[in-house]
Each structure stands twice: as structure tokens, then as C-alpha cells.
Design a protein around this ligand. Structure first.
Ligand SMILES: Cc1cc2nc3c(=O)[nH]c(=O)nc-3n(C[C@H](O)[C@H](O)[C@H](O)COP(=O)(O)OP(=O)(O)OC[C@H]3O[C@@H](n4cnc5c(N)ncnc54)[C@H](O)[C@@H]3O)c2cc1C
Length: 391
């Protein structure tokens, strides 16, 4: 197989939540970008499983910094480029019913505020205004962060791809990267099922498949997917501004946190984290998901008891051992950047990751602080116990 004559500045492996906005950001900065994806269109991997929550209110400085950048991009997209990505401001709300969660969330606030996040504790009356009809029994209050929001994981890929193409990016679909071109200790391109392409930089943004590249590259990429189910209802009259995260364990003992929101079209979109995780990439829907979810949703918000659910689906969180992504230069190899292990937050992280990688490649001046960068490094200790309470 011949190497293509055209030498790119950057090859992005994966047109997903991360690769697609990264390609867009790099192309906007004037680089010649090639995007390769094994699937037939952008955003068809884990991206389309995301329910579209976008928040910067994490407790890890790396995630906070990247998502603050993402929020700037999501919230201004329509006004800048005229394309509707389903952005809905309205914030995130974590209602609280028990003392220990109240204590944990309150303890986190000074830390979150230190990073400039707009988040505060609000009393039960304000929560009742934010989430009309919420079960008031035992409600103690909760946190509210008005600058967070939601966007459509179906519309956003199209928006990023269009903008990238406008700036000269080339997308090649149904083409899997199967190897790398090397020169000494540098990656100089990729081998695919259809050809070979040379580039100064390669960005690996392969989502749940990232670990497959460990053998190809000769170092471990600690990303293991586990699967999660979600669903969406028929539209109902708008009543719910924020995305809601219920941290209580579900009454049936099968669920950890449960989160949902009402999208711009009025549909309720929802997801829960099972208490016992499902490792692997099985995407078959489970018969227990909807009954468990329905019970949980109605116990929090009884007015949803007649909600018509239209569709459920399953996708994966590409997990790292510590729940924080890896966005860093590859160990021991020049020319390769890892943007993997986005866990349950790759949709909200994607545009920020793209801006950060652009700052590394184009401006040689990192967009985020040294502290934030250190959280995202490949060579960090993945098994150090962290205080990441809002996964
Ligand atoms: C039910 C559910 C709800 C979620 N809700 C949210 C949410 O509200 N907010 C949020 O931020 N996140 C959410 N997530 C998480 C989010 O979907 C993921 O973190 C994110 O999509 C991962 O982005 P990625 O770019 O790493 O992977 P992907 O979006 O999967 O992109 C990787 C791409 O790489 C391609 N690829 C892989 N290997 C190769 C190869 N060798 N050659 C060529 N192409 C390749 C794949 O085809 C894919 O398109 C949710 C996930 C699930 C399952």
C-alpha cells in the first residue's frame, strides 16, 4: 500500500465526542487535518449514547478546566455559526435528601468556587422552583450551577464536522486505523484498512476502542469500557430548566446516581448508573432498565408518572482507573497525543479537549494550568484515591 501523497499536519483517529471537535478546532486554527473513523459518520460511537449534559461543576481541576472551555463553545455556537446544536441553558441541580450528601456537596463548594465555578447551595424552596413537582418529603436543598446546560449529541457532531470541513478538514469514514508509521521514536502517520497517511501529529481519540492501540503502540492505554443504558420520552410542555442529578441510591438497590433533563424539544432524556457495573461493550438493552428507571424517576418527580417513553439505548463509558481522562503526549513517542478515557463525560469534555490540544500543537502554550494538566497526564498514579465525588 502506498502512503498518500498528501501530508497532513494532524491526523485525528476517531470522529467522536472528542475527535470531531478537536479536528474542528485544529482546522479553524489553520492546520491541514485528516479525520479517520471506522464507522460510517461522525458521532456514531459512544457520542450518540450521551444524553447531552454539559457541566463544568466537577471536583477534578483537569475536568473543570476543560469543561469550562467546552461551555464557552457549546453556549455560543449558534450565535457564532448559526447552527442549532440544541443548547439549552438551565444549569445542573443536585437535590439532596440526606445529611451526609449535604455535607459532602457543601464541602466541595469552596473548592469549586476557587476555580471560578458558579455553583451554590440553595434551600428546598428554590429547589422546588427549579424542579416543579419534586418530591418535597425530606428535601434538604441542593446545589445549583446556573451556567451549566445541555446540548444535543445528535446535532453537535454535524455542527463540528461542517465547521471543520469549512476550514479544509478531510473526513474519511468506514476506515479503521490498524497501525502506525514510525521514524525512530516518532509517530509519522497511520496505516488503515484502506491506505497509509503521513502527518506531523496524530491524535488518538478512539473512545472505547483506545486500549486496542496498546499493542500497536507498545505501551498500556488503561481504558476499559463499561456499559450504561439511557432513554428518551415523547415531548411534553417545557417545565424543567436544569439537568437533575439524584445522588440517592435507588430504592430497589440496583442504581447509584440517576440523571435526567428536558431537552430543547421538550423530551425528557434520562440515564442511571447501575450499582454493579457492566464491564465490556455489550449494547443490548436490558429488560430491567425501564422498570427500575421509571420507579426511580416517579419517586423523585411524581408528575412524570404518565410519561411516554419512546426509545431506550445502551452505550459505553470509556473508563480510566481513576475516572479522569488522559489528555497528554504519548510516553516515549514524539508526534502522538492521547485524548482517551473520557469516562461518562466525553460529550461535555470534547470541545475543551479540542481547544487544549490546539493550544499544545499550534500555540505551544497550554490553555490550562499546570495543576489541571497534571490531572490529565498519562504518567499520573491512576490508583491514588481521589476526592472525585461528582462522577
Ligand atoms: C448512556 C450514556 C449517557 C451519557 N451521557 C453523557 C452526558 O450527558 N454528557 C457527557 O459528557 N457524556 C455522556 N456520556 C459519555 C460519553 O458518551 C462518552 O464519554 C463520549 O462519547 C466518549 O467520547 P470519545 O470521543 O472518547 O468516544 P466516541 O464518541 O465513541 O468516539 C470514538 C470514535 O473513534 C472511532 N474509532 C475507534 N477506533 C478506531 C480505529 N481504530 N480507527 C478509526 N476509528 C476508530 C469510533 O468509531 C468512534 O466514532 C454518556 C454515555 C452513555 C453510554
Amino acid at each position: 500500500m502506498m502512503t498518500t501523497g498528501s501530508v497532513y499536519d494532524v491526523i485525528v483517529i476517531g470522529a467522536g465526542s472528542v475527535g470531531n471537535p478537536t479536528a474542528c478546532s485544529l482546522a479553524q486554527a489553520g492546520l491541514k487535518v485528516l479525520v479517520l473513523d471506522r464507522r460510517p459518520a461522525a458521532g456514531q460511537g459512544e457520542n450518540k449514547a450521551a444524553i447531552g449534559g454539559v457541566r463544568a461543576t466537577h471536583s477534578d481541576p483537569g475536568k473543570i478546566s476543560l469543561c469550562m472551555e467546552s461551555l464557552k463553545i457549546f453556549s455560543t455556537w449558534k450565535e457564532k455559526y448559526g447552527f442549532d446544536i440544541g443548547w439549552k441553558p438551565g444549569g445542573y441541580c443536585f437535590p439532596v435528601y440526606d445529611e451526609s450528601t449535604e455535607k459532602a456537596l457543601k464541602e466541595l463548594l469552596p473548592y469549586q468556587k476557587k476555580y471560578g465555578l458558579n455553583i451554590d447551595w440553595v434551600g428546598p424552596d428554590e429547589i422546588k422552583e427549579l424542579i416543579p413537582g419534586i418530591n418535597a418529603e425530606g428535601l434538604r436543598g441542593g446545589t445549583y450551577s446556573p451556567e451549566d446546560g445541555q446540548a444535543s449529541s445528535i446535532r453537535a457532531p454535524l455542527a463540528f464536522q461542517r465547521e471543520a470541513i469549512k476550514h479544509g478538514a478531510v473526513y474519511r469514514f468506514n476506515e479503521r486505523v490498524t497501525g502506525y508509521l514510525r521514524s525512530g521514536e516518532a509517530i509519522t502517520g497511520v496505516v488503515t484498512t484502506k491506505g497509509r497517511y503521513a502527518a506531523k501529529w496524530v491524535v488518538l481519540a478512539a473512545g472505547s476502542d483506545a486500549a486496542e492501540h496498546s499493542t500497536l503502540l507498545g505501551f498500556d492505554i488503561p481504558v476499559q469500557p463499561d456499559s450504561h443504558e439511557a432513554g428518551i420520552s415523547a415531548p411534553i410542555a417545557p417545565f424543567l430548566p436544569p439537568l437533575v442529578v439524584d445522588l440517592r441510591p435507588g430504592p430497589e438497590g440496583k442504581t447509584a446516581n440517576f440523571y435526567f433533563g428536558q431537552n430543547k424539544e421538550g423530551q425528557i432524556i434520562f440515564c442511571y448508573t447501575p450499582k454493579e457495573l457492566f464491564p465490556g461493550t455489550n449494547r443490548e438493552s436490558l429488560s430491567e432498565f425501564l422498570p427500575v428507571l421509571a420507579g426511580r424517576m416517579v419517586s423523585l418527580l411524581p408528575r412524570l408518572k404518565n410519561l411516554l417513553v419512546r426509545r431506550v439505548w445502551r452505550g459505553c463509558y470509556p473508563m480510566t482507573p481513576d475516572g479522569v481522562p488522559i489528555v497528554d503526549y504519548a510516553p516515549g513517542l514524539d508526534g502522538l497525543i492521547l485524548a482517551v478515557g473520557m469516562c461518562g463525560q466525553g460529550f461535555m469534555l470534547g470541545p475543551g479537549v479540542g481547544a487544549y490540544i490546539t493550544s499544545l500543537i499550534v500555540h505551544n502554550k497550554p490553555l490550562i494550568s499546570e495543576e489541571a494538566q497534571s490531572c490529565l497526564r498519562y504518567d499520573r498514579n491512576f490508583y491514588e484515591v481521589k476526592e472525585e465525588k461528582l462522577k
